[in-house]
Design a protein around this ligand. Structure first.
Ligand SMILES: [Fe+2]
Length: 181
């Protein structure tokens, strides 16, 4: 089954994915305080509200599922962390170079007014989402809500979007690209 079909399937479980690392593993890119609050409180609340029938059902479902993709695509920061394999091939095919791709994603993230997400689509395009809304073509997504970086020692928006790359787990992202092919 292709990634888009998986994402569109109604049976996609609305269950919070376990954090695949410790709360402080993403430092210094994301502080322990950031991860604890963002994962334990904010992310958990989308699932709680969805299952309790509180608020907007689709908003809470999308909020939960987008965060599942986000948390599971990260890992301990690595110096010189770069895409490889299928991810790099798709990036170079659609956006010429890894450096150019990063610049485009950062520009899209900085262009979001208020809250939202920027994501890399299965088509190779860079797309955005206002607030929370589910999309069936996400390979990776970057949370652009202020809560994703405001508890970091340096809570600067541009700094966050230029350093988050150190934590991207390209092995996980490659698996998503392979499923999407
Ligand atoms: Fe978030």
């Amino acid at each position: 089954m292709k990634l888009q079909q998986l994402h569109e399937a109604q049976e996609i479980p609305v269950v919070q994915a376990p954090l695949p690392y410790k709360y402080n593993d993403l430092e210094p890119v994301l502080s322990e305080s950031t991860v604890r609050y963002h994962y334990d409180v904010l992310t958990t609340n989308y699932f709680k509200k969805y299952h309790a029938g509180e608020g907007d059902r689709e908003f809470n479902r999308a909020g939960g599922l987008l965060h599942n993709l986000y948390w599971t695509q990260l890992r301990r920061p690595r110096p010189g962390n770069k895409p490889h394999g299928a991810s790099l091939a798709l990036i170079e095919q659609k956006h010429k170079s890894w450096e150019n791709f990063q610049d485009l994603v950062i520009a899209a993230a900085l262009g979001i007014q208020g809250s939202g997400w920027v994501y890399w689509s299965t088509s190779g395009e860079i797309k955005t989402i206002a607030n929370h809304a589910w999309r069936s073509d996400i390979i990776f997504c970057i949370d652009c809500w202020e809560h994703s970086y405001m508890r970091n020692p340096n809570p600067d928006k541009k700094h966050h979007f230029t350093t988050i790359w150190r934590c991207m787990n390209w092995d996980v992202i490659n698996d998503r690209v392979f499923v999407a092919l």
